[in-house]
Write a protein that binds this ligand. Sequence first.
Ligand code: COA
Length: 165
Amino acid sequence: MGLDVTVNSISVDEIESIVILDRLCFGGLWSIDSYRRELTNDNSHFLGVSIDKALRPETNGIIGFGCFWAILDEAHITLLGVHPEYQRQGLGKLLLIALLDKARSIEMARATLEVRESNQGALLLYEQFGFQTVGRRKKYYQDTGEDGIIMWRGGLQDPNFRHIV
Ligand SMILES: CC(C)(COP(=O)(O)OP(=O)(O)OC[C@H]1O[C@@H](n2cnc3c(N)ncnc32)[C@H](O)[C@@H]1OP(=O)(O)O)[C@@H](O)C(=O)NCCC(=O)NCCS
């Protein structure tokens, strides 16, 4: 990939960096209060990918993040974003691997997420990891009237689980 990166859990101390990244990746999806709830919720697992802080001081080196909620034995992936200047370098895959590994380590059996129907890049990424479309929420996204595509990936505890593509 050429980038020297680390993947770590994100704590509430890094909330300001996360809000800056949220604006860059999603155009302002969640408020700071939503992130605070997320980062202090015991059922929420929040991971970030970082480079040297000196290269991205405004986000303390964090250039991507992902999160899931553990609900019973289901990992509900709520966020996945990579800084626009670092996209298409494998970091989305790296984060998804890390999220699924974390989910596997805490005995989750399956993972689910929802994605805009127009987000072809994300859809391709999830399909590469074995996520399958199981339904749609009609006109779920109010800003564009797009459908939300609901995807699931089972078999996380399968001994033959292979998620690296
Ligand atoms: C979706 C997102 C997280 C992908 O991150 P990324 O670091 O660019 O992804 P990767 O480099 O690991 O790409 C993995 C694969 O996903 C697919 N993909 C990702 N972005 C793509 C794009 N813009 N167009 C086509 N395919 C794309 C490709 O199959 C790619 O594999 P390849 O590069 O070998 O062809 C990133 O584009 C992003 O943050 N987008 C804005 C926020 C968002 O839409 N998040 C998802 C919400 S559900």
